[in-house]
Design a binder for this molecule. Structure first.
Ligand code: IYR
Length: 331
């Protein structure tokens, strides 16, 4: 696999291909970042972009993790003191999950986002941006029904972070894409470059396959889950024998979240997957490529129940070090 393929593996969108190719050609000294609103416990959504950061570290990039405390505050996630406390815990969990501590720069947003220069640049971007554009950029990120002024400032700060952290590549889930497009359009107005971006896919709701998995509305998987909870959640997951299920009777699109988790979480981190089965049911199956697992599920060679059993085992292994960290903290 060449560097470009490695960097863009499992991403839903590359902005732009030519820019990412240029970075892939000489990754040394290049900086990539993801920002996270501190929420205390890592869940499967954080882990998806973290997988990409781990791959970028392997490809030679410097990696920056922004613990976006001011953003979390602006998005109504609690008091400043609470958010800062959870940021520290989150950092420990990222390291436990597999981000190389010596090669990762963790930055608390408030370290520079309250500086005079930053605030003046923020006001310059405010002058350039209509309220409706800021609101649209936040549609997939904002909590609550009515957008606040704070939520309109939020995406402009996210755009400025790219400049102040001096990063070459911004990573985020697909829900961040409109913020990044806003950044590409408005940063030149303060004489900064338009950022290059990679967007990771969103995983479907675990129990229905409809819409995206969300910690606030549906079942999610987090580092706080016990082995038994993981097993139960995966067992109850929607897993028809296809990667491309029919829409619901109401015409809503559906996806197979079990296959998505194999593709985006398990294969990138483990490389090979073994599905254990008793001899009488054909014995163990082993896969080096995600596609072969998907094909076997479709053909009936691999039963959804066996796929789920294997998924629970691998997920459990992925989150075990982080779970251990949480346990140490609370003891
Ligand atoms: N909008 C992100 C948090 C965030 C991301 C970046 I990249 C920033 O520079 C700042 C904040 C979220 O939805 O979690």
């Amino acid at each position: 696999m060449d560097a470009y393929e490695q960097i863009t593996r499992n991403v839903s969108e590359v902005v732009t291909e030519a820019e990412v190719r240029a970075l892939a050609d000489s990754p040394d000294g290049k900086r990539a970042y993801v920002g996270y609103e501190p929420s205390g416990v890592l869940h499967i959504g954080h882990m998806l972009t973290a997988n990409k950061l781990i791959e970028l570290q392997e490809a030679g990039f410097e990696v920056v993790v922004l613990l976006a405390d001011v953003h979390a505050y602006l998005n109504g996630k609690g008091t400043f003191a609470e958010i800062r406390e959870t940021a520290t815990r989150m950092q420990e969990q990222f390291v436990a999950y597999g981000l190389e501590e010596s090669q990762t720069e963790f930055v608390l947003g408030s370290r520079y986002q309250l500086d005079e220069e930053y605030i003046l640049d923020l006001h310059a971007l405010e002058l350039e941006t209509s309220l409706s554009r800021a609101e649209r950029a936040m549609a997939e990120i904002a909590g609550g029904d009515t957008a606040t002024v704070a939520q309109a400032v939020y995406p402009l700060m996210q755009a400025l972070d790219i400049v102040y952290l001096d990063v070459d590549l911004a990573i985020g889930g697909m829900e961040q894409r409109k913020v990044h497009m806003l950044a590409r359009d408005t940063l030149p107005s303060i004489d900064a470059d338009s950022p290059t971006c990679l967007h990771t896919p969103l995983i479907a709701d675990l129990t229905t396959g409809v819409g995206k998995m969300s910690t606030s509305t549906g079942v999610s998987i987090s580092m706080e889950d016990s082995e038994a909870e993981i097993e139960e959640k995966v067992n109850d997951a929607y897993c028809p024998p296809t990667a491309d299920p029919d829409p619901t009777d109401e015409g809503e699109e559906r996806e197979n979240p079990v296959l998505q988790i194999f593709e985006y979480h398990v294969f990138p981190r483990f490389g090979e997957v073994v599905v254990e089965r008793p001899e009488q049911y054909g014995g163990d199956l082993s896969y080096e490529l995600y596609q072969n697992l998907e094909d076997d599920l479709e053909s009936g060679e691999l039963h959804p129940a066996d796929a789920k059993g294997a998924l629970a085992t691998y997920l459990n292994e992925l989150i075990a070090p982080g779970r251990e960290k949480i346990r140490e903290r609370t003891e």
